[in-house]
Each structure stands twice: as structure tokens, then as C-alpha cells.
Design a protein around this ligand. Structure first.
Ligand code: MN
Length: 276
């Protein structure tokens, strides 16, 4: 193909805020300028479910009408097809990649209303869905904006479109898991883009018993913690109005603790072959 003609990307778009979420459609609108967009998203909000899967129960999938979700001015762009999935974010991604859509060139999860930084990526459904793209070797982007109640999607949508076209044009495209966080400010207030490292634990939980309902508890993630928010982390970038792009990988193994754990388990009665 002549070098001035760009390849058309096949893009899977998912999220954890559900198929009705404005952030999902802001992403679809930006991505359809770059390639064909297949939306596969939970039929309702499933934030905070991490990488959970629905096993041993059927998951209902319905065609979702795109008409009215995509503004008319985008009509010249590539088509958008959508599926509503009565499951988790990860279910939506898996069913699309294994059955509904097949192989793709790019997986995107978002745009989530609310940042996903530091250790929050473990509980994030936005990242949980994106992991399924990464596990299959695809270039994958999880993208969030740092505002829950009044999220501004213009800046993240614009950045997502630009990043997707860079993925399209990349000569050595790699399987990546990029966790993108965009400050919740107008485009002109953003100070630039930083490639960052994952910060530490950013939110803790508070638990309260429901008033008038003894034995029922509510968990809120509303206790700010700044264990590692140093310069160069995603938490620092967001606080300083930079777009944060953090490459992630899945390496939970902790070799630094091997000798300590060996001392914990050595010589356990009846389990150690050398023990008499
Ligand atoms: Mn969410």
C-alpha cells in the first residue's frame, strides 16, 4: 500500500461505566476517525470490578443501536457497531475478541469518568477490561479523565484520537498496556504529555453501616493516600495538569521476599521431605 494511504485500524472499544456512558461515545467519536470501531460494553455501570469474569452463567449480548449516539458530523468517518453485554467489563472484551469481532489492531477501554492511577489499577474495571486486550498481545489503551461528577471529555477524546493514529502509523507496533489519565480541565490548560511510572496506593476505603439498616455496610473509596506520588508518577502528572501515559505489565511476583518466605515455610512438619 502506498505510504501516504494509512491502514484502516480495526478497533475494539469497551469500558466499565456501561454502554450508556458519555465517555464511551466521546471515545467512539474520536476513534472512528482512525478506524472501524466495534463497541462491546457492559449494559450497566460496573466500575470497580477489576478483572472479574462471569463464569458458569450465560452472558446475554444484544445489538445496541448506535443511531443518536454518534453526532451527524462524524457521518463521513468509519462505521461504528455496538454490542451491549450483560456481564463485566472483562466479559465484554473477551466475548468481543473471541466471538463477536475477532482479531483487532487496537483495544481501548474508556473514557472512564474518574482517574485510575497508582494501585487503583488493580480494582479498576477500565484497566480490568483492557488487560484482556493486553493478554492477547494487542496494543491496548485504558483511558480515564480525572473527574467523576463533571467529567470533561474533550481533552481525553482528542488525545485518544491522536494516540490511536500514532499506533496506526507505528512501524514496530507492539503489544502494550498503556494506562492514560487526563486532567479534568479544558484542552488549553493541559501542560503536555508525560510518560510516567505507576504511583502508590492513592485511595483507601471507609466503611459505614447504613442508617436504619443494621448489618448492611457501604464501602466508599474516599480516603486519599499519597504513599508514592513523587515526581514522575502518574499521580504527580495528573496533579500538575499533564496527560499521564503509564506503560503497565503484569508482574505481581515479588522475588525480593523469597528468602523471607523461605524462612516462613522451611521445616514445616510433615510437609518437608528432609524433615523426619
Ligand atoms: Mn468506571
Amino acid at each position: 500500500m502506498p505510504s501516504h494511504i494509512h491502514e484502516v485500524l480495526k478497533i475494539l472499544l469497551t469500558n466499565d461505566d456501561g454502554i450508556e456512558a458519555p465517555g464511551l461515545w466521546a471515545a467512539a467519536k474520536a476513534l472512528r476517525q482512525v478506524g472501524e470501531v466495534y463497541v462491546s460494553a457492559p449494559h450497566q455501570e460496573r466500575s470497580g470490578v477489576g478483572s472479574a469474569l462471569t463464569l458458569r452463567a450465560p452472558i446475554k449480548v444484544s445489538d445496541y443501536p448506535v443511531y443518536g449516539r454518534i453526532p451527524d458530523e462524524a457521518a463521513e468517518a468509519f462505521p461504528v457497531t455496538a454490542f451491549s453485554v450483560e456481564g463485566t467489563p472483562a466479559d465484554s472484551c473477551i466475548i468481543a475478541l473471541e466471538k463477536l469481532v475477532g482479531k483487532v489492531d487496537l483495544v481501548v477501554s474508556g473514557i472512564n469518568a474518574g482517574s485510575n492511577v497508582g494501585w487503583d489499577v488493580i480494582v479498576s474495571g477500565t484497566v480490568g477490561a483492557a488487560l484482556q486486550g493486553y493478554f492477547r498481545g494487542y496494543p491496548t489503551i485504558a483511558i480515564s479523565v480525572g473527574g467523576v461528577r463533571s467529567p470533561l471529555f474533550e481533552a481525553p477524546a482528542k488525545f485518544l484520537g491522536l494516540l490511536a493514529s500514532r499506533v496506526r502509523d507505528s512501524e514496530d507496533r507492539q503489544g502494550t498496556l498503556l494506562n492514560v489519565n487526563v486532567p479534568n480541565v479544558a484542552v488549553e490548560r493541559i501542560g503536555g504529555v508525560k510518560v510516567t511510572s505507576l504511583g502508590g496506593r492513592s485511595y483507601g476505603e471507609s466503611v459505614r453501616e447504613e442508617i436504619g439498616a443494621p448489618g448492611q455496610y457501604k464501602i466508599d473509596r474516599n480516603v486519599p493516600i499519597s504513599a508514592d506520588a513523587g515526581e514522575g508518577t502518574d499521580i504527580w502528572a495528573l496533579k500538575n495538569n499533564f496527560v499521564s501515559v503509564t506503560p503497565l505489565r503484569v508482574t505481581l511476583g515479588h522475588q525480593d521476599q523469597t528468602s523471607y518466605v523461605e524462612s516462613l515455610v522451611s521445616g514445616l512438619p510433615a510437609l518437608t521431605a528432609t524433615q523426619v
